[in-house]
Design a protein around this ligand. Structure first.
Ligand code: PLP
Length: 282
């Protein structure tokens, strides 16, 4: 792969970053992942808007302008012949001698790479996922998309060893998120319930798109926190993310959701999301 590191395009084996980079030493970095289909960017405006919010929240100056950022995305698609897959972009505060205090005037580091895969083919859409609930153990500012992903990575790995696909993080009896996606339920009365936006969760770009599509259909939407019990008694459960779009969840803590198969609302939202976002891809 050809990757982008601090202003240069390099074969991945030749790309280097400072050992003093604060992204490496303090997880002092933010990131975005954008899907590419037919060489076009899915939900790009949402991802760049959130990137700017994350940078602002941490006081990291934007290292590139909006038009440069779009150009970098276009170039990485071209240079890697990326028909379909993901673009990962990370910006850290930069490199400085190790110190808890942020130094003044640091130059942010920027890295980008691609992951080739057919994002329109996912066998899990047919089977749905099995997840287990685990205690929420991340920091309290989850609306900032930082690279502090260790807790989620740890609990997802433990869940995988026990045969599950993912985890639902639970705080005060309420679901915050899955390891790297937002969680939604469809109640037996046909209401789509998703947690309201706050610092408790990442403000998912796919979540926002799916909600606006649901609101445009005749589906009733409620934005509020929901409990593990509500998940277990829901008609459908699904998660949303830039890489899996709308993914049904059919088992939670070993118990079947609904009839244990992906439900009609999740299927329909997946189809509608792909159609609508492809039509609006840039
Ligand atoms: N929540 C968390 C913790 C995530 O890491 C992600 C994506 O990486 C999401 C939610 C989904 O966000 P998006 O739809 O913008 O990919």
């Amino acid at each position: 792969r050809i990757v982008f590191v601090n202003g240069e395009w390099k074969p991945e084996a030749e790309a280097t970053i400072s050992v003093f980079d604060r992204g490496l030493l303090f997880a002092d970095a933010i990131y975005e992942v954008t899907a590419v289909i037919n060489r076009k960017l899915i939900d790009y405006p949402g991802h760049t808007a959130r990137l700017k919010r994350s940078l602002e929240a941490l006081g990291i100056p934007a290292p590139v302008s909006d038009s440069e950022l779009l150009d970098l995305h276009r170039q990485i698609i071209e240079r890697n012949d990326l028909e379909s897959g993901l673009i990962y972009l990370q910006i850290s505060r930069g490199a400085a001698d190790r110190d808890f205090l942020f130094a003044d005037g640091m130059k942010p580091s920027i890295i980008m790479f691609t992951q080739k895969k057919n994002v329109l083919e996912n066998t899990k859409w047919e089977t749905g996922l099995s997840v287990v609930t685990v205690p929420e153990g991340r920091w309290a500012n989850r609306q900032i998309k930082t690279v502090q992903l260790l807790y989620s990575s740890m609990v997802k790995t433990e869940a995988a060893k026990a045969g599950a696909d993912d985890v639902f993080l639970v705080e005060d009896g309420l679901i915050t998120e899955a390891s790297s996606s937002n969680v939604h339920i469809v109640t037996k009365d046909g209401v789509l319930v998703t947690r309201h936006l706050s610092n408790a969760l990442l403000h998912g770009i796919t979540r926002a798109s799916v909600l606006s599509l649901a609101q445009g259909s005749d589906l009733k939407v409620e934005e509020r926190a929901f409990s593990v019990d509500e998940v277990l008694s829901a008609a459908e459960v699904f998660i949303t993310s830039a890489s899996a779009f709308v993914m049904p969840v059919v088992r939670v803590d070993g118990r079947s959701i609904g009839d244990g198969k992906p439900g009609p609302v999740s299927r329909k939202l997946l189809q509608t999301y792909i159609q609508d976002r492809l039509a609006n891809a840039i």
